[in-house]
Structures are given as C-alpha cells and as structure tokens.
Write a protein that binds this ligand. Structure first.
Ligand SMILES: [Zn+2]
Length: 398
C-alpha cells in the first residue's frame, strides 16, 4: 500500500500501548529520542453492529497509522498492521497450555511496507479501512470466555541498531439491537385452570432496569367454590454462559462442555399486587427488574464458531394458596390446604445501548448546496483570446 507522506500534523494523541523492545545495546546509549515511533488514529465512530447477528450489516473501521521516522533515515524491512480477534478461555481443559487458553484470529492484515525501503526523516501515514462482519461476536467478558479485538502494528527496521516496535490498540466491538417492541408471553399451569400473561421490553440493557407486567388469570373456580391467593412473588435474573471448548491441536482429544450460571439480580414481593375477584378473577403485578447491582454482567452473545453462548433467563415464581370462597361477605379466608408454586421462565435479550448512532449503510451521503445542478453553459465561458461573444458570427443553416 502506498504511504502518504504528510505535512507535519499533530493529531490529538490517543492513549496507545506501545512496546519498545530495548536491546541490551540500547540500554547504555541513554538516548531518549526513539528512532521510529507509531501513532494510531481511529477516525470511525465506536464499532457497533446494529441488529441481530443474522441481520446486521456490520461495523466500519477506518483510521490512520502514523509512522514517525525521527532518525535521519532508516532502512525499514516491513511495516504491518493486523486486526486481531482473540478468544480467551478462562477455564482451559489443559492447565496452562497457552494455545488452549488463547485463540487468536487475524481478521485482516495490511502489509503497509512490503519491500525493504529507506525512509527519510518524516511522518508517514497509512490509511486503513475494514468492514467487520455483522455476525462477529461482540467484545465480551463472560465467566467462561472473553472475546476481544485489537489492532497490532509492527515496524521492523533492517539495521540492527534500531529495535522493532509494536503498538497495540484495543478495539471494542459492540452489538446493539434497537427496538421498542414489547414481548408478550402466556404460561399455563395444568391441571389448574390458572394461566399467566407477561409483557416486557423485547430488549434490555446491562446495568439498567425494566418493568414486567404480570397477570394471573382464572383465579376463581366457581365449580369448587374456591379461589387462589397470591402469597409470594419472586424473580431472579440469571446469566447463563455456555462454552464448548475443544482445545488446541495438541489437546483437541478432550473437548469440554462447560456451563456457568450466575445470578445477576433477584427480589421478592409479599405485597404490592392487585387482586380482582370479579368474573373469573385475576391478580395483577408489576415487577421492577433492576440489574443496577454490583454484579458484573455482559450482553447476550452467540458465537457458534467458538462454541460460546451467553444468554439471560428471568425466572418468576408465584406461591399461590387455595382457599374456600368466603360466604356472606366474610373477609376471613379458609384455606383448602392446597398450595402451588407457579414457575415461569423468560429469555431476556440483553443488548448494548444504541445511542444516537445508526448503521453505516443507513447513513445518507452528504449533500452540498453549493454544487450547481449542471455544468455552466457555453455563453459563460470566456474564450482564451478574450473575444466578446457578440463578435462571433451567427450561423444560419439553410
Ligand atoms: Zn493445548
């Protein structure tokens, strides 16, 4: 790729991690000015894949890698930049095998300087751009595995006096499912005639809260002359991480199926719901599901290529007691002795907030008011010899 030799340019230096491999011969030199240095400027907005992994059009990355040659001239062997995806398994099947723990995929490699070249003292900028596919797993830190992305630049000089330099920059990738839809679910509890309807937002965000409207129907049984009373209502949100870990080439004979369940939040209510014994009778409750606690959580992730999945399940339990219908308006309840725990499970889609951003393919190209609709007409062109237009003969075609 050709480099752009740019005029002196002082971008706002973003924090980067630069490793400067000091060889023993350098340590004694006491020279603090590095012969070559890197800087990486990311020009694209935060990388967010909008939509589910099967629908998202991905996220666009663009930026500029700067190589500063501070020495008079340097013989360079190569300059490369790689976009790396790294999967780190937190519970490897084989103790400390590095290849079992870290799975590194180079998604894109730019050979910015392929052939040995002499670079004079200047600043060299290499523009880069790449489309990260929409089905990529977002950056994740789950209890079983981590997914991360980073850019890694390497500059290798030919002369032994100058050590190679490496720069790595973390590149978080997010996924955001933007919707205001409401999910409605129905659960039945045979052999009783009870059923429950629940409605809650189709997506929720980490460290936030949302409301679930719950309604228990058919609490009256007129044939038996009994009714159900709600005594306790509890909920728990679990983060379920699954990992099918096959190990590296040497240890692939012992694949593991790991699962970890972590309770993110829970609560219980003993009052605060409404009971209506008209018609078939119903009980209405509103659950405030809050994940604002201290327990770290991540978004839903599905990465079948790595056997990794993180999902969230909300379990709601209602403890109901059966009682005889009171007679003559008496308020005293007379239990039948029957009790049930009505257990319901709902999958909750935890996704990143979309913010004000939109997907790159939904962006409208800029419009320029100053650009005329068509090129200027011939009468506005002044001829090279400055001939006034009235001196040009009119041509009559017979
Ligand atoms: Zn291994």
């Amino acid at each position: 790729m050709p480099s752009l030799q740019l005029p002196r340019y002082s971008p706002t230096l973003l924090p980067v991690k630069e490793t400067w491999a000091m060889t023993p011969s350098h340590k004694g030199s006491g020279n603090s000015i590095r012969p070559i240095e890197f800087n990486l400027v990311i020009e694209s907005p935060p990388l967010i894949c909008y939509g589910a992994r099967t629908q998202s059009t991905g996220a666009l990355l663009s930026g500029l890698l700067f190589l500063y040659v501070n020495a008079y001239s340097i013989h360079m062997k190569s300059v490369t930049l790689e976009l790396v995806q790294e999967i780190t398994v937190k519970r490897p099947s084989v103790g400390s095998c590095k290849d079992c723990v870290h799975h590194v995929n180079v998604l894109k490699r730019w050979d910015l300087l392929k052939n040995p070249t002499t670079l004079q003292r200047s600043e060299y900028g290499y523009p880069i751009s790449h489309l990260l596919h929409g089905d990529m797993p977002a950056s994740t830190t789950s209890s079983l595995a981590c997914v991360s992305y980073y850019l890694r630049a390497n500059a290798t000089p030919l002369c032994k006096d100058v050590a190679p330099i490496t720069l790595t920059r973390a590149l978080p990738l997010y996924r955001s499912i933007v919707t205001t839809d409401v999910r409605r679910c129905l659960r039945v509890f045979p052999p009783t005639s009870l059923n429950a309807t629940a409605s809650f937002p189709a997506v929720a965000f980490p460290k936030s809260s949302f409301t679930m409207d719950l309604q228990l129907n058919n609490v009256l049984n007129r044939e038996k002359n009994t009714r159900w009373q709600l005594r306790k209502l509890s909920w728990r949100l679990d983060e379920i991480s699954k990992l099918q870990h096959s190990g590296c080439d040497k240890h692939s004979d012992s694949p593991e199926q790991l699962e970890d369940v972590k309770a993110i939040a829970f609560n219980e209510m003993r009052k605060g719901w409404k009971t209506d014994y008209s018609n078939d009778g119903r009980i209405e409750a509103e659950l405030e599901i809050s994940t604002l606690g201290d327990i770290p959580m991540c978004c839903n992730v599905l990465a079948p290529e790595f056997g990794l999945e993180v999902e969230h399940v909300l379990t709601v339990e209602m403890l109901v007691l059966e009682e005889h219908m009171p007679v003559n308006g008496s308020r005293q309840s007379n239990p039948t002795g029957a009790a049930r725990i009505l257990r319901m499970q709902f999958s909750v889609e935890i996704t990143e907030r979309g913010g004000l951003g939109i997907s790159w393919d939904d962006e409208v190209p800029p419009t320029y008011d100053d650009v005329p609709i068509s090129p200027p007409g011939y009468d506005r062109i002044v001829p090279a010899q400055q001939i006034p237009t009235q001196q040009i003969e009119h041509l009559t075609i017979n």
